[in-house]
Write a protein that binds this ligand. Sequence first.
Ligand SMILES: Cc1cc2nc3c(=O)[nH]c(=O)nc-3n(C[C@H](O)[C@H](O)[C@H](O)COP(=O)(O)OP(=O)(O)OC[C@H]3O[C@@H](n4cnc5c(N)ncnc54)[C@H](O)[C@@H]3O)c2cc1C
Ligand code: SF4
Ligand code: SF4
Ligand code: SF4
Length: 394
Amino acid sequence: MITITDKTNCCGCQACANVCPKGCISMRGDEEGFLYPHVNTTNCVNCGLCEEVCPILNKPQTFPVLETYAAKHTNPEVKLKSSSGGIFTALAEVVLNEGGVVFGASFDGEWNVVHSYVEKLEELDKLRRSKYVQSNIGITYQQAKQFLESGRKVLFVGTPCQIAGLRKFLDKGYENLLTAELFCHGVPSPAVWQKFLAENTQKEKIAAIDFRYKRFGWNFSFLNITYKDGSCLPSAPLLLRPLLNIKNGCLFRYFYSLSFTISSLYERPSCHACHFKEKHLADFSMGDLWGVQKTYPAQYDKQGVSVLLINTPKARLLFNQLSLETVPIDIQKVTRYNPYLVTSVKPHPKRSEFFARYQTENFNKLVRELLGIRSVWIAVPVILVKKIVQKLLS
Ligand SMILES: Cc1cc2nc3c(=O)[nH]c(=O)nc-3n(C[C@H](O)[C@H](O)[C@H](O)COP(=O)(O)OP(=O)(O)OC[C@H]3O[C@@H](n4cnc5c(N)ncnc54)[C@H](O)[C@@H]3O)c2cc1C
Ligand code: SF4
Ligand code: SF4
Ligand code: SF4
Protein backbone atom coordinates (compact mmCIF):
# COMPACT_ATOMS: atom_id res chain seq x y z
CA MET A 1 0.00 0.00 0.00
CA ILE A 2 1.32 3.41 -0.99
CA THR A 3 2.65 5.61 1.83
CA ILE A 4 4.23 9.02 1.31
CA THR A 5 7.06 9.64 3.76
CA ASP A 6 9.04 12.13 1.67
CA LYS A 7 7.08 14.55 -0.49
CA THR A 8 9.87 14.86 -3.05
CA ASN A 9 9.04 11.24 -3.89
CA CYS A 10 5.50 11.87 -5.05
CA CYS A 11 4.89 13.87 -8.24
CA GLY A 12 1.09 13.67 -7.90
CA CYS A 13 0.60 11.73 -11.14
CA GLN A 14 -2.33 9.74 -9.67
CA ALA A 15 -1.39 6.43 -11.29
CA CYS A 16 -1.94 4.80 -7.86
CA ALA A 17 -5.45 6.25 -7.48
CA ASN A 18 -6.37 5.27 -11.05
CA VAL A 19 -5.23 1.65 -10.61
CA CYS A 20 -6.61 0.77 -7.16
CA PRO A 21 -9.16 -2.02 -7.73
CA LYS A 22 -10.98 -1.17 -4.49
CA GLY A 23 -11.18 2.58 -5.17
CA CYS A 24 -9.69 3.23 -1.76
CA ILE A 25 -7.11 5.87 -2.81
CA SER A 26 -8.28 9.47 -2.82
CA MET A 27 -6.12 12.46 -3.75
CA ARG A 28 -6.14 15.21 -1.09
CA GLY A 29 -4.57 18.67 -1.08
CA ASP A 30 -1.89 19.33 1.57
CA GLU A 31 -1.25 22.69 3.26
CA GLU A 32 0.65 23.87 0.14
CA GLY A 33 -2.26 22.91 -2.10
CA PHE A 34 -0.64 19.93 -3.87
CA LEU A 35 -2.49 16.61 -4.17
CA TYR A 36 -1.17 13.44 -2.49
CA PRO A 37 -2.70 9.95 -2.23
CA HIS A 38 -4.57 8.90 0.92
CA VAL A 39 -5.49 5.24 1.43
CA ASN A 40 -8.66 4.11 3.13
CA THR A 41 -7.01 1.22 4.99
CA THR A 42 -10.33 -0.43 5.89
CA ASN A 43 -11.02 -1.26 2.24
CA CYS A 44 -7.40 -1.92 1.17
CA VAL A 45 -6.72 -5.58 0.29
CA ASN A 46 -2.92 -5.13 0.14
CA CYS A 47 -2.73 -6.14 -3.52
CA GLY A 48 0.34 -3.93 -4.00
CA LEU A 49 -0.82 -2.55 -7.37
CA CYS A 50 -0.50 1.07 -6.25
CA GLU A 51 3.21 0.60 -5.53
CA GLU A 52 3.75 -1.34 -8.72
CA VAL A 53 2.43 1.49 -10.92
CA CYS A 54 4.10 4.36 -9.06
CA PRO A 55 6.59 5.77 -11.60
CA ILE A 56 8.89 6.95 -8.83
CA LEU A 57 9.08 3.57 -7.07
CA ASN A 58 9.26 1.66 -10.38
CA LYS A 59 10.54 3.74 -13.25
CA PRO A 60 9.25 3.07 -16.76
CA GLN A 61 11.63 2.40 -19.63
CA THR A 62 13.10 5.62 -21.02
CA PHE A 63 13.97 6.55 -24.62
CA PRO A 64 17.08 8.14 -26.15
CA VAL A 65 16.63 11.22 -28.33
CA LEU A 66 16.74 10.12 -31.98
CA GLU A 67 16.35 13.49 -33.70
CA THR A 68 16.05 17.14 -32.65
CA TYR A 69 14.29 19.89 -34.62
CA ALA A 70 13.42 23.55 -34.48
CA ALA A 71 9.71 23.42 -35.34
CA LYS A 72 6.78 25.73 -35.94
CA HIS A 73 3.30 25.19 -37.26
CA THR A 74 2.81 26.08 -40.92
CA ASN A 75 -0.32 28.10 -40.08
CA PRO A 76 0.55 31.50 -38.49
CA GLU A 77 -2.84 31.63 -36.72
CA VAL A 78 -2.06 28.38 -34.91
CA LYS A 79 1.31 29.76 -33.78
CA LEU A 80 -0.41 32.82 -32.31
CA LYS A 81 -2.96 30.66 -30.49
CA SER A 82 -0.26 28.37 -29.05
CA SER A 83 2.16 29.06 -26.22
CA SER A 84 5.19 28.12 -28.26
CA GLY A 85 5.41 27.12 -31.96
CA GLY A 86 2.21 25.02 -32.15
CA ILE A 87 3.67 21.49 -32.16
CA PHE A 88 0.83 20.27 -29.95
CA THR A 89 -1.76 21.33 -32.54
CA ALA A 90 0.16 19.63 -35.35
CA LEU A 91 0.17 16.33 -33.40
CA ALA A 92 -3.47 16.65 -32.35
CA GLU A 93 -4.62 17.42 -35.91
CA VAL A 94 -3.22 14.13 -37.23
CA VAL A 95 -4.83 12.09 -34.44
CA LEU A 96 -8.22 13.83 -34.58
CA ASN A 97 -8.37 13.61 -38.39
CA GLU A 98 -8.02 9.84 -38.02
CA GLY A 99 -10.95 9.66 -35.59
CA GLY A 100 -8.73 9.60 -32.49
CA VAL A 101 -8.92 11.22 -29.05
CA VAL A 102 -6.57 13.86 -27.59
CA PHE A 103 -5.89 14.29 -23.86
CA GLY A 104 -4.33 17.43 -22.37
CA ALA A 105 -4.80 20.15 -19.75
CA SER A 106 -7.87 22.39 -19.74
CA PHE A 107 -9.71 24.70 -17.32
CA ASP A 108 -12.81 23.58 -15.45
CA GLY A 109 -15.70 25.93 -14.54
CA GLU A 110 -13.77 27.32 -11.54
CA TRP A 111 -10.58 27.91 -13.57
CA ASN A 112 -8.84 24.94 -11.94
CA VAL A 113 -6.45 23.16 -14.32
CA VAL A 114 -7.63 19.60 -15.02
CA HIS A 115 -6.80 16.95 -17.59
CA SER A 116 -9.58 16.14 -20.05
CA TYR A 117 -10.01 14.96 -23.64
CA VAL A 118 -11.41 16.18 -26.97
CA GLU A 119 -12.64 14.23 -29.97
CA LYS A 120 -13.15 17.06 -32.48
CA LEU A 121 -10.86 19.69 -34.01
CA GLU A 122 -13.36 22.44 -33.03
CA GLU A 123 -12.82 21.56 -29.35
CA LEU A 124 -9.02 21.59 -29.50
CA ASP A 125 -8.57 25.15 -28.29
CA LYS A 126 -9.54 24.21 -24.75
CA LEU A 127 -6.39 22.06 -24.51
CA ARG A 128 -4.09 24.50 -26.29
CA ARG A 129 -1.60 26.70 -24.41
CA SER A 130 0.50 26.16 -21.28
CA LYS A 131 -1.27 26.50 -17.95
CA TYR A 132 1.28 27.19 -15.22
CA VAL A 133 -0.49 25.22 -12.51
CA GLN A 134 -0.31 21.48 -11.72
CA SER A 135 -2.99 19.80 -13.77
CA ASN A 136 -5.29 17.34 -11.96
CA ILE A 137 -5.15 14.01 -13.86
CA GLY A 138 -8.45 12.79 -12.37
CA ILE A 139 -9.59 9.56 -14.07
CA THR A 140 -8.06 10.36 -17.48
CA TYR A 141 -5.66 7.38 -17.36
CA GLN A 142 -8.67 5.07 -17.05
CA GLN A 143 -10.49 6.92 -19.85
CA ALA A 144 -7.43 6.72 -22.12
CA LYS A 145 -7.19 2.97 -21.50
CA GLN A 146 -10.84 2.49 -22.47
CA PHE A 147 -10.31 4.36 -25.75
CA LEU A 148 -7.13 2.38 -26.46
CA GLU A 149 -8.82 -0.96 -25.76
CA SER A 150 -11.64 0.01 -28.12
CA GLY A 151 -9.06 0.54 -30.89
CA ARG A 152 -9.21 4.37 -31.06
CA LYS A 153 -5.99 6.32 -31.56
CA VAL A 154 -5.03 8.28 -28.44
CA LEU A 155 -2.63 11.22 -28.05
CA PHE A 156 -1.85 11.94 -24.39
CA VAL A 157 0.06 15.16 -23.56
CA GLY A 158 1.39 16.12 -20.15
CA THR A 159 4.43 16.72 -17.99
CA PRO A 160 7.07 13.94 -18.09
CA CYS A 161 5.88 12.58 -14.72
CA GLN A 162 2.28 12.43 -15.98
CA ILE A 163 3.40 10.48 -19.05
CA ALA A 164 5.46 8.18 -16.79
CA GLY A 165 2.36 7.63 -14.61
CA LEU A 166 0.20 6.86 -17.65
CA ARG A 167 2.67 4.33 -19.03
CA LYS A 168 3.00 2.56 -15.68
CA PHE A 169 -0.78 2.52 -15.27
CA LEU A 170 -1.27 1.02 -18.76
CA ASP A 171 1.46 -1.54 -18.04
CA LYS A 172 1.90 -2.45 -21.73
CA GLY A 173 2.61 -0.73 -25.03
CA TYR A 174 -0.30 0.10 -27.34
CA GLU A 175 0.28 0.56 -31.06
CA ASN A 176 -2.53 3.14 -31.12
CA LEU A 177 -1.05 5.29 -28.29
CA LEU A 178 1.05 8.40 -28.91
CA THR A 179 2.54 10.34 -26.04
CA ALA A 180 4.05 13.84 -25.92
CA GLU A 181 5.77 15.34 -22.90
CA LEU A 182 6.51 19.00 -22.22
CA PHE A 183 9.94 20.30 -21.29
CA CYS A 184 9.16 20.92 -17.66
CA HIS A 185 10.42 23.64 -15.35
CA GLY A 186 8.01 22.49 -12.60
CA VAL A 187 4.38 22.96 -11.62
CA PRO A 188 3.00 25.66 -9.31
CA SER A 189 0.47 24.97 -6.57
CA PRO A 190 -3.24 24.87 -7.54
CA ALA A 191 -4.15 26.51 -4.20
CA VAL A 192 -1.79 29.44 -4.84
CA TRP A 193 -3.32 29.89 -8.30
CA GLN A 194 -6.84 30.03 -6.81
CA LYS A 195 -5.71 32.52 -4.17
CA PHE A 196 -4.18 34.71 -6.86
CA LEU A 197 -7.44 34.61 -8.84
CA ALA A 198 -9.61 35.29 -5.80
CA GLU A 199 -7.60 38.37 -4.80
CA ASN A 200 -6.94 39.82 -8.25
CA THR A 201 -9.97 39.03 -10.41
CA GLN A 202 -13.72 38.76 -10.45
CA LYS A 203 -13.68 35.08 -11.23
CA GLU A 204 -17.31 34.82 -12.32
CA LYS A 205 -16.66 37.40 -15.07
CA ILE A 206 -13.65 35.63 -16.62
CA ALA A 207 -14.03 34.49 -20.23
CA ALA A 208 -10.44 33.41 -21.01
CA ILE A 209 -7.03 33.05 -19.40
CA ASP A 210 -3.79 32.95 -21.37
CA PHE A 211 -0.56 32.47 -19.43
CA ARG A 212 1.48 33.19 -22.55
CA TYR A 213 -0.40 36.03 -24.30
CA LYS A 214 1.75 37.06 -27.29
CA ARG A 215 0.76 40.73 -27.52
CA PHE A 216 4.46 41.69 -27.71
CA GLY A 217 5.64 38.43 -29.24
CA TRP A 218 6.49 34.92 -28.07
CA ASN A 219 9.62 35.79 -26.09
CA PHE A 220 7.80 38.54 -24.18
CA SER A 221 4.55 36.73 -23.52
CA PHE A 222 2.65 37.30 -20.27
CA LEU A 223 -0.42 36.30 -18.29
CA ASN A 224 -3.58 37.88 -19.63
CA ILE A 225 -7.10 37.52 -18.30
CA THR A 226 -10.07 38.55 -20.47
CA TYR A 227 -13.52 39.24 -19.02
CA LYS A 228 -16.80 38.36 -20.72
CA ASP A 229 -17.42 42.05 -21.59
CA GLY A 230 -14.14 42.17 -23.56
CA SER A 231 -12.10 44.09 -20.99
CA CYS A 232 -8.81 42.67 -19.78
CA LEU A 233 -6.83 42.40 -16.64
CA PRO A 234 -4.78 44.11 -15.56
CA SER A 235 -4.79 47.61 -16.95
CA ALA A 236 -1.67 49.27 -18.24
CA PRO A 237 -0.92 52.65 -16.66
CA LEU A 238 -2.99 55.29 -18.55
CA LEU A 239 0.08 57.13 -19.81
CA LEU A 240 1.55 54.01 -21.36
CA ARG A 241 -1.58 52.98 -23.30
CA PRO A 242 -1.15 55.25 -26.36
CA LEU A 243 2.57 54.48 -26.47
CA LEU A 244 1.93 50.75 -26.50
CA ASN A 245 -1.12 50.96 -28.74
CA ILE A 246 -3.20 49.18 -26.12
CA LYS A 247 -6.88 49.96 -26.70
CA ASN A 248 -8.49 48.37 -23.69
CA GLY A 249 -5.69 48.74 -21.21
CA CYS A 250 -4.50 45.13 -21.16
CA LEU A 251 -0.98 44.72 -19.97
CA PHE A 252 0.05 42.07 -17.52
CA ARG A 253 -0.37 40.91 -14.01
CA TYR A 254 3.23 40.25 -13.41
CA PHE A 255 3.17 39.00 -9.85
CA TYR A 256 1.85 35.55 -10.70
CA SER A 257 3.96 35.09 -13.83
CA LEU A 258 7.15 36.64 -12.52
CA SER A 259 7.10 34.91 -9.19
CA PHE A 260 6.86 31.60 -11.02
CA THR A 261 9.13 32.13 -13.99
CA ILE A 262 11.98 33.84 -12.24
CA SER A 263 11.89 32.56 -8.74
CA SER A 264 10.28 29.15 -8.25
CA LEU A 265 8.57 30.26 -5.09
CA TYR A 266 5.63 27.84 -5.09
CA GLU A 267 6.34 24.75 -7.13
CA ARG A 268 5.75 21.14 -6.09
CA PRO A 269 8.49 19.65 -3.84
CA SER A 270 9.05 16.79 -6.34
CA CYS A 271 9.97 19.37 -9.01
CA HIS A 272 13.02 20.37 -6.98
CA ALA A 273 14.31 16.78 -7.06
CA CYS A 274 12.69 15.65 -10.29
CA HIS A 275 13.08 11.98 -11.20
CA PHE A 276 12.38 12.63 -14.89
CA LYS A 277 15.18 14.88 -16.09
CA GLU A 278 17.45 13.91 -18.98
CA LYS A 279 15.43 10.74 -19.58
CA HIS A 280 12.61 10.80 -22.10
CA LEU A 281 9.36 9.09 -21.33
CA ALA A 282 7.26 9.97 -24.37
CA ASP A 283 7.33 9.47 -28.15
CA PHE A 284 7.75 13.23 -28.56
CA SER A 285 9.16 15.93 -26.25
CA MET A 286 8.38 19.59 -26.88
CA GLY A 287 9.43 22.94 -25.50
CA ASP A 288 10.41 26.48 -26.41
CA LEU A 289 13.52 27.11 -28.47
CA TRP A 290 14.82 29.70 -26.01
CA GLY A 291 18.03 31.40 -27.12
CA VAL A 292 17.11 30.92 -30.79
CA GLN A 293 18.29 34.43 -31.71
CA LYS A 294 21.80 33.38 -30.68
CA THR A 295 21.86 29.70 -31.65
CA TYR A 296 19.73 29.59 -34.81
CA PRO A 297 18.88 33.20 -35.74
CA ALA A 298 17.37 32.16 -39.09
CA GLN A 299 14.73 30.17 -37.22
CA TYR A 300 13.62 33.07 -34.99
CA ASP A 301 9.90 33.76 -35.29
CA LYS A 302 8.11 36.44 -33.28
CA GLN A 303 5.00 34.26 -33.20
CA GLY A 304 6.83 31.36 -31.56
CA VAL A 305 9.35 28.64 -32.26
CA SER A 306 9.59 25.28 -30.54
CA VAL A 307 11.98 22.40 -30.06
CA LEU A 308 10.72 18.95 -31.04
CA LEU A 309 12.49 15.79 -29.88
CA ILE A 310 11.75 12.53 -31.70
CA ASN A 311 12.34 9.74 -29.19
CA THR A 312 10.85 6.60 -30.73
CA PRO A 313 10.52 4.93 -34.15
CA LYS A 314 6.74 5.49 -33.84
CA ALA A 315 7.31 9.25 -33.55
CA ARG A 316 9.69 9.15 -36.50
CA LEU A 317 7.01 7.51 -38.65
CA LEU A 318 4.43 10.17 -37.83
CA PHE A 319 6.86 13.08 -38.20
CA ASN A 320 6.37 13.49 -41.98
CA GLN A 321 2.60 13.88 -41.59
CA LEU A 322 2.87 16.88 -39.23
CA SER A 323 2.00 20.39 -40.50
CA LEU A 324 5.30 21.75 -39.26
CA GLU A 325 8.22 23.65 -40.74
CA THR A 326 11.27 21.90 -39.29
CA VAL A 327 15.04 22.27 -39.31
CA PRO A 328 17.43 19.79 -37.63
CA ILE A 329 19.29 21.32 -34.67
CA ASP A 330 21.83 20.31 -32.02
CA ILE A 331 20.36 19.20 -28.67
CA GLN A 332 23.41 20.60 -26.80
CA LYS A 333 22.52 24.09 -27.97
CA VAL A 334 18.94 23.56 -26.78
CA THR A 335 19.88 22.58 -23.24
CA ARG A 336 22.25 25.54 -22.91
CA TYR A 337 19.20 27.84 -22.91
CA ASN A 338 16.71 25.37 -21.45
CA PRO A 339 18.56 24.00 -18.42
CA TYR A 340 15.48 22.42 -16.82
CA LEU A 341 15.52 19.77 -19.50
CA VAL A 342 18.45 18.24 -17.65
CA THR A 343 18.43 19.68 -14.11
CA SER A 344 15.81 20.34 -11.43
CA VAL A 345 14.95 23.92 -10.59
CA LYS A 346 16.22 25.06 -7.17
CA PRO A 347 13.58 26.14 -4.66
CA HIS A 348 13.59 29.84 -3.86
CA PRO A 349 15.33 30.41 -0.51
CA LYS A 350 12.06 31.91 0.77
CA ARG A 351 9.80 29.08 -0.45
CA SER A 352 9.10 27.81 3.10
CA GLU A 353 8.35 31.31 4.33
CA PHE A 354 5.97 31.85 1.42
CA PHE A 355 4.00 28.70 2.26
CA ALA A 356 4.00 29.48 5.99
CA ARG A 357 2.33 32.85 5.29
CA TYR A 358 0.38 32.61 2.02
CA GLN A 359 -2.93 31.42 3.45
CA THR A 360 -3.36 34.40 5.74
CA GLU A 361 -1.63 37.20 3.83
CA ASN A 362 -2.28 39.07 0.61
CA PHE A 363 -0.64 37.27 -2.32
CA ASN A 364 0.71 40.33 -4.16
CA LYS A 365 2.10 41.95 -1.02
CA LEU A 366 3.74 38.74 0.13
CA VAL A 367 5.36 38.02 -3.24
CA ARG A 368 6.52 41.62 -3.53
CA GLU A 369 8.12 41.43 -0.09
CA LEU A 370 9.77 38.03 -0.57
CA LEU A 371 11.09 38.72 -4.06
CA GLY A 372 12.09 42.32 -3.40
CA ILE A 373 9.86 45.02 -4.85
CA ARG A 374 12.70 46.99 -6.34
CA SER A 375 13.81 44.28 -8.72
CA VAL A 376 10.27 43.99 -10.11
CA TRP A 377 9.75 47.72 -10.52
CA ILE A 378 13.10 48.20 -12.18
CA ALA A 379 12.79 45.18 -14.47
CA VAL A 380 9.36 45.99 -15.88
CA PRO A 381 10.01 49.55 -17.15
CA VAL A 382 13.37 48.52 -18.59
CA ILE A 383 11.74 45.74 -20.63
CA LEU A 384 8.96 48.07 -21.74
CA VAL A 385 11.35 50.79 -22.91
CA LYS A 386 13.34 48.20 -24.83
CA LYS A 387 10.18 46.99 -26.57
CA ILE A 388 9.03 50.53 -27.42
CA VAL A 389 12.43 51.37 -28.95
CA GLN A 390 12.37 48.11 -30.94
CA LYS A 391 8.87 48.94 -32.19
CA LEU A 392 9.82 52.48 -33.21
CA LEU A 393 12.89 51.22 -35.06
CA SER A 394 11.06 48.40 -36.88
C1 LIG B 1 4.00 23.79 -16.17
C2 LIG B 1 4.78 23.90 -17.45
C3 LIG B 1 6.17 24.13 -17.42
C4 LIG B 1 6.88 24.23 -18.62
N1 LIG B 1 8.24 24.45 -18.55
C5 LIG B 1 8.94 24.61 -19.71
C6 LIG B 1 10.35 24.89 -19.70
O1 LIG B 1 10.96 25.01 -18.64
N2 LIG B 1 11.00 25.04 -20.91
C7 LIG B 1 10.33 24.93 -22.09
O2 LIG B 1 10.96 25.08 -23.14
N3 LIG B 1 9.01 24.64 -22.14
C8 LIG B 1 8.29 24.48 -20.98
N4 LIG B 1 6.95 24.19 -21.04
C9 LIG B 1 6.36 23.85 -22.35
C10 LIG B 1 5.95 25.04 -23.18
O3 LIG B 1 5.38 26.04 -22.35
C11 LIG B 1 4.88 24.64 -24.24
O4 LIG B 1 3.78 24.06 -23.58
C12 LIG B 1 5.35 23.62 -25.21
O5 LIG B 1 6.48 24.13 -25.88
C13 LIG B 1 4.26 23.26 -26.22
O6 LIG B 1 3.88 24.39 -26.92
P1 LIG B 1 3.00 24.31 -28.24
O7 LIG B 1 2.96 25.67 -28.81
O8 LIG B 1 3.47 23.19 -29.07
O9 LIG B 1 1.58 23.82 -27.70
P2 LIG B 1 0.38 24.56 -26.97
O10 LIG B 1 -0.77 24.70 -27.89
O11 LIG B 1 0.84 25.74 -26.27
O12 LIG B 1 -0.08 23.40 -25.97
C14 LIG B 1 0.44 23.15 -24.72
C15 LIG B 1 0.22 21.69 -24.39
O13 LIG B 1 0.56 21.47 -23.02
C16 LIG B 1 -0.53 20.90 -22.30
N5 LIG B 1 -0.54 21.52 -20.99
C17 LIG B 1 -0.80 22.84 -20.72
N6 LIG B 1 -0.69 23.07 -19.41
C18 LIG B 1 -0.37 21.89 -18.83
C19 LIG B 1 -0.16 21.51 -17.49
N7 LIG B 1 -0.24 22.36 -16.48
N8 LIG B 1 0.15 20.22 -17.24
C20 LIG B 1 0.22 19.31 -18.25
N9 LIG B 1 0.01 19.63 -19.55
C21 LIG B 1 -0.27 20.90 -19.84
C22 LIG B 1 -1.75 21.27 -23.11
O14 LIG B 1 -2.79 20.37 -22.92
C23 LIG B 1 -1.22 21.22 -24.53
O15 LIG B 1 -1.22 19.89 -24.95
C24 LIG B 1 6.22 24.11 -19.85
C25 LIG B 1 4.81 23.89 -19.87
C26 LIG B 1 4.11 23.78 -18.69
C27 LIG B 1 2.61 23.55 -18.75
S1 SF4 C 1 -2.66 -2.11 -2.00
FE1 SF4 C 1 -4.25 -2.46 -3.59
S2 SF4 C 1 -6.18 -2.14 -2.54
FE2 SF4 C 1 -4.60 -1.28 -1.22
S3 SF4 C 1 -4.54 0.87 -1.77
FE3 SF4 C 1 -2.99 -0.17 -3.03
S4 SF4 C 1 -4.06 -0.69 -4.91
FE4 SF4 C 1 -5.63 -0.17 -3.41
S1 SF4 D 1 4.03 9.51 -7.67
FE1 SF4 D 1 2.01 9.10 -8.55
S2 SF4 D 1 1.68 6.90 -8.29
FE2 SF4 D 1 3.36 7.49 -6.95
S3 SF4 D 1 2.38 7.90 -4.98
FE3 SF4 D 1 2.51 9.84 -6.03
S4 SF4 D 1 0.57 10.04 -7.09
FE4 SF4 D 1 0.74 7.89 -6.52
S1 SF4 E 1 9.49 19.06 -12.81
FE1 SF4 E 1 9.39 16.81 -12.76
S2 SF4 E 1 8.08 16.32 -11.02
FE2 SF4 E 1 7.73 18.47 -11.52
S3 SF4 E 1 5.96 18.42 -12.88
FE3 SF4 E 1 7.79 18.43 -14.17
S4 SF4 E 1 8.19 16.26 -14.56
FE4 SF4 E 1 6.78 16.35 -12.85
